[in-house]
Write a protein that binds this ligand. Structure first.
Ligand SMILES: *[C@@H]1O[C@H](CO)[C@@H](O)[C@H](O)[C@H]1NC(C)=O
Ligand SMILES: *[C@@H]1O[C@H](CO)[C@@H](O)[C@H](O)[C@H]1NC(C)=O
Ligand SMILES: *[C@@H]1O[C@H](CO)[C@@H](O)[C@H](O)[C@H]1NC(C)=O
Ligand SMILES: *[C@@H]1O[C@H](CO)[C@@H](O)[C@H](O)[C@H]1NC(C)=O
Ligand SMILES: *[C@@H]1O[C@H](CO)[C@@H](O)[C@H](O)[C@H]1NC(C)=O
Ligand SMILES: *[C@@H]1O[C@H](CO)[C@@H](O)[C@H](O)[C@H]1NC(C)=O
Ligand SMILES: *[C@@H]1O[C@H](CO)[C@@H](O)[C@H](O)[C@H]1NC(C)=O
Length: 611
């Protein structure tokens, strides 16, 4: 390449990557917003060439774009213009809560496809949610509560499959609640005080009645009135008769299909009776097939699976030959046997005090994590009782237990497989920590805290017992899931089982970890996220642990000396948030258990820090 070609190439790539122009465009979009809105002046210094130092604005210097806009309670009023928020296409967080913004939500918000957190609560927005909003499939938390939004709650929310929090309370939504069956991670949900009618769909049945207050909803949730039968049918036919033409068209289509179906069934039964006259009374539904012992030879594998997938309930003990001894939990599972598991190709993920963990590749491209427990010291009855408890626990930050096997020689636990762990991304060989931005690390911290808080809320004795970064699993999007909760209580504490750097000083037996000791371990995780150091390896020659090291350095040289240099080098991090989190981590790792805050306090404080 000649030098002039090279120069023009360089120039072109600069132009394309738009190193300067992107921030300029974001700056123009923000100025457009501030000029349009009324209310308290934002005090943005318009002579600055970039918006990155403006109040409420956060940039990411690796992409040279604005990634956060937080202006809560700034007394802003007026309507949000087009070409403002919609032009900030790298935005991760938008919080304009507690202002007096009114009018429609900007329809170009659908351009902000990177949005994770959208908080517009306590404003005066009206109209319906724009359809482009449902493009935002990275959204994790959304709050529109306390506005005057109206229209139906669209079933297009099903496109936002990563959503964990959806707050729509205190608006003017009407119609029925859609079945949000795609939102498997949803664990905070509120539609109270709208004008909703009809039944609560089964996908939302896990939420308590306090999520549905002040509507005309019915359903099985506590204190909601039960739904009268045929209600839905009656209303559906009301709708049909509303449009006479539509009714006729739909009616004839349905009629046509019924005719087809009847014909099909007729042909099928003729065919079957010809095929084998030895089979008497062949019934088309698998349930009936199973209940009749004579017909067991006609059961095909897929019939068995159908029967099981139709069964409701959280626990299934599967007793046919293929899956002997495995106990499965949850709504959906893969049928596999002990042999399948033991024959599967597997890779060792790690060895710890509780046993060895493998990733097993079953056929049908199914991947599961198998934990082979060592030194189980409880009776079979106690073991099964404990695992039934653990299998019933479901939360958006906990890795669900899918199945277990109890045998004389083997005790196995089966979990969902996840792409990676916090340990691997922080300390793995040849892994760049560049992706672990402050925003990502703070989300991991909050996710883990929420999971532990949930466990602790189940009872004063319920603990995780083994919180460490290798038990914090991450999705491709760095959503954090805690794994292996509650199993140290099944393991005998042998004298040589090592106390890792995560255990609180008062813990002498890993079977006996208090909630305050969990808080200590969590504090160590926070320190690990902030410093990038591995708590289970010795920090310096004197062999002191991570919490002690941090306390020493903070006292001697100040807070900024402890932070992970990679965190500071790669992006502009919010130093105020980092220092606040450091102080919280230090109080969680207090030597005295009674000085550590309880987990619900800890989570609340983290939420305040990142608000
Ligand atoms: C927003 O983007 C559009 C097209 O991408 C552009 O025409 C418009 O000028 C931008 N508006 C502002 C205020 O930057
Ligand atoms: C605004 O920023 C310019 C430099 O970009 C600076 O010289 C000026 O002092 C700032 N004004 C205020 C009020 O901070
Ligand atoms: C909300 O907007 C309506 C008109 O759009 C106005 O009448 C009302 O006062 C506003 N409420 C608040 C709290 O700003
Ligand atoms: C539910 O999620 C699947 C992908 O997992 C997607 O293909 C489908 O369109 C979603 N359903 C709705 C109604 O959005
Ligand atoms: C609620 O929506 C209805 C139309 O669906 C409208 O007539 C009514 O004024 C709205 N109420 C409020 C408080 O905005
Ligand atoms: C059915 O419609 C009636 C009014 O026509 C309404 O009161 C009731 O809540 C509706 N029920 C359902 C399940 O939609
Ligand atoms: C839902 O919102 C209502 C009204 O703000 C509140 O009373 C209720 O406690 C909330 N429920 C949940 C589960 O957050």
């Amino acid at each position: 390449m000649s030098s002039s070609h090279f120069l023009s190439f360089l120039f072109l790539s600069l132009l394309i990557s738009g190193i300067f122009s992107d921030l300029n465009a974001d700056r123009a979009a923000l100025l457009h917003l501030s000029e349009t809105l009324r209310g308290r002046t934002l005090g943005w210094n318009t002579t600055n060439s970039t918006p990155c130092s403006w109040q409420g604005v956060t940039c990411d210097t690796t992409v040279n774009r604005v990634i956060e806009l937080r202006l809560p309670g700034y007394g802003l009023s007026g309507e949000m213009p087009l070409n403002s928020i919609g032009n900030l296409t790298e935005l991760r967080t938008l919080s304009l809560r507690s202002n007096s913004l009114s009018g429609l939500l900007p329809s170009d918000i659908g351009s902000c496809t990177e949005l994770r957190i959208l908080n517009l609560e306590n404003n005066n927005f009206s109209g319906s949610i724009p359809t482009t909003f449902f493009n935002l499939n990275n959204l994790l938390r959304v709050s529109f509560s306390g506005n005057r939004l109206s229209g139906e709650i669209s079933d297009a929310f099903n496109y936002l499959i990563r959503m964990r929090t959806l707050y729509l309370e205190n608006n003017n939504f009407s119609g029925s609640l859609p079945d949000l069956k795609n939102l498997s991670q949803l664990n905070e949900f509120n539609v109270s005080f709208n004008r909703l009618t009809g039944s609560v769909p089964s996908s939302l049945g896990k939420f308590l009645a306090s999520s549905f207050l002040g509507n005309s909803l019915c359903g099985s949730a506590v204190s909601l009135s039960p739904c009268p039968e045929n209600n839905n049918l009656a209303n559906q036919s009301d709708k049909l008769s509303g449009g006479a033409i539509a009714g006729i068209v739909i009616g004839s289509i349905i009629g046509f299909f019924i005719l087809l179906f009847v014909l099909f069934m007729l042909m099928r039964s003729i065919y079957r009776s010809k095929k084998s006259f030895r089979q008497v009374n062949v019934s088309p539904t698998p349930n009936q097939v199973l209940s009749s012992p004579h017909d067991s030879i006609v059961i095909e594998n897929h019939d068995i699976e159908n029967v099981f997938s139709e069964r409701k309930g959280s626990k299934r003990k599967v007793c046919d030959d293929r899956t002997k001894g495995m106990v499965f939990f949850g709504e959906s599972f893969e049928l596999f046997s002990l042999e399948d598991l033991l024959m599967a190709s597997a890779e060792v993920l790690g060895k710890g005090a509780t046993g060895t963990t493998y990733k097993a590749y079953l056929d049908r491209e199914v991947e599961v994590v198998v934990k082979r427990l060592r030194n189980v010291c409880v009776s079979e009855e106690e073991f099964r009782g404990k695992l039934d408890e653990l299998g019933g626990i479901s939360h958006g930050n906990l890795v669900p237990l899918r199945a277990y096997y109890y045998g004389r020689d083997e005790k196995l636990l089966v979990y969902d497989s996840m792409p990676t762990s916090l340990y691997a991304v922080l300390h793995g060989e040849g892994v760049s920590k560049e992706a672990l931005t402050w925003v990502i690390r703070s989300r991991i911290a909050l996710g883990v805290a929420t999971g532990i808080e949930y466990l602790h809320s189940l009872g004063p004795k319920v603990t995780h017992g083994n919180i460490k970064s290798s038990n914090i699993l991450l999705t491709h999007y760095y959503d954090a899931y805690l794994s292996e909760f509650g199993i140290t209580q099944l393991i005998s504490s042998t004298s040589n089982s090592k106390m890792t750097g995560y255990y609180a000083p008062e813990v002498t037996d890993i079977r006996n970890v208090s909630q305050k000791a969990d808080v200590y371990s969590f504090g160590t995780i926070l320190l690990e996220l902030l410093t990038g150091k591995n708590p289970s390896s010795v920090i310096n020659d004197e062999g002191i642990d991570l919490p002690k090291w941090v306390k020493c350095i903070v006292e001697e040289r100040g807070t900024t000396q402890v932070f992970d240099p990679e965190l500071i080098r790669f992006q502009n991090c919010d130093e105020e948030q980092m220092v606040s989190l450091l102080h919280l981590a230090i109080s969680c790792t207090s030597h005295h258990p009674e000085r550590r805050p309880p987990m619900d306090d800890t989570t609340r404080r983290i939420k305040e820090i990142f608000r």
